[in-house]
Ligand binder design. Structure first.
Ligand SMILES: [Fe+2]
Ligand SMILES: [Fe+2]
Length: 266
């Protein structure tokens, strides 16, 4: 616990404006990363790695929508949504792969590999990405060509591989993220310097807007959008937040935006 405390202090020094994030994560180490648990009268705690975990719900939600369009033969709509989804998934993938070296930003996989005996490499997560990239390119090519049968075949193949990849990553990453938190690792620093630092300023607007649109649509009874945005707030500098908050506001209904604001300001 002493270790956890000293690490937490390091985080506070690194980013004093969001120091409740580390505390929330340490307390909630046993809980699911994508959910905010709270006792009555207690404010919800941000879970910084919900940016990755609920990021999977962005990909799943968009994939479900594209699948429906493809199955109904609405290829023009499907192509437009696929383009946005592909762009978003590439950003998420880069946050996982990082620089591919120990140089910052090293990405999620490298953090896991360094701390847990090459677990991401050994379990084939990088190899999955190589395969997914090929399947995504095949979907791009099929949409370009415009043949309905080819689009459906290419998308079905991608969706199958992608669905198992997301599940596999969650089964590997979620327990290790809990171990990071329980061990007092600087989660906010990791998210800022090793993951979000892979996202360029140009990409960030799409990353935030698309995530908010999809998570609001695919909430499935969970506060997915609020948890994602609360994590973004906890990981942001005040300057970043001023921009990000405006993009969130543009993307959400008034009701959802208020829920986000209430959680953040609680
Ligand atoms: Fe991945
Ligand atoms: Fe992922």
């Amino acid at each position: 616990m002493g270790c956890a405390q000293s690490k937490k202090d390091e985080e506070v020094v690194a980013a004093p404006s969001n120091d409740d994030a580390a505390e929330g994560e340490a307390k909630d180490a046993k809980d699911e990363v994508a959910k905010e648990e709270k006792a009555p009268d207690e404010k919800p705690k941000p879970q910084i790695f919900a940016i990755m975990r609920n990021g999977h719900e962005v990909i799943r939600g968009a994939q479900r929508d594209v699948q429906k369009m493809v199955d109904k033969g609405k290829m023009k709509e499907a192509k437009a949504l696929w383009a946005k989804m592909h762009k978003w998934a590439d950003i998420h993938m880069k946050m996982e792969e990082g620089s591919g070296t120990d140089e910052s930003p090293m990405g999620m996989f490298r953090l896991l590999d360094k701390n847990f005996e090459n677990i991401a490499k050994e379990q084939g997560l990088y190899d999955d990405h190589v395969e997914l990239n090929k399947l995504e390119e095949a979907v791009d090519a099929a949409f370009e060509k415009g043949d309905k049968k080819e689009i459906k075949e290419a998308f079905d193949a991608f969706a199958k591989a992608n669905t198992s990849h997301l599940e596999k990553e969650e089964s590997i990453m979620m327990p290790k993220i809990k171990e990071f938190i329980a061990g007092g690792h600087p989660m906010k620093k990791y998210m800022q310097e090793e993951l979000l630092a892979t996202v360029s300023d140009d990409q960030m607007e799409h990353f935030i807007k698309f995530a908010n649109e999809i998570l609001e649509k695919h909430s499935e009874g969970e506060p997915r959008v609020r948890v994602f945005d609360h994590a973004l707030k906890a990981a942001s500098t005040p300057e970043q937040w001023a921009k990000w908050d405006a993009w969130i506001k543009e993307s959400l209904s008034k009701k959802s935006y208020k829920e986000v604001q209430d959680a953040i300001q609680a």
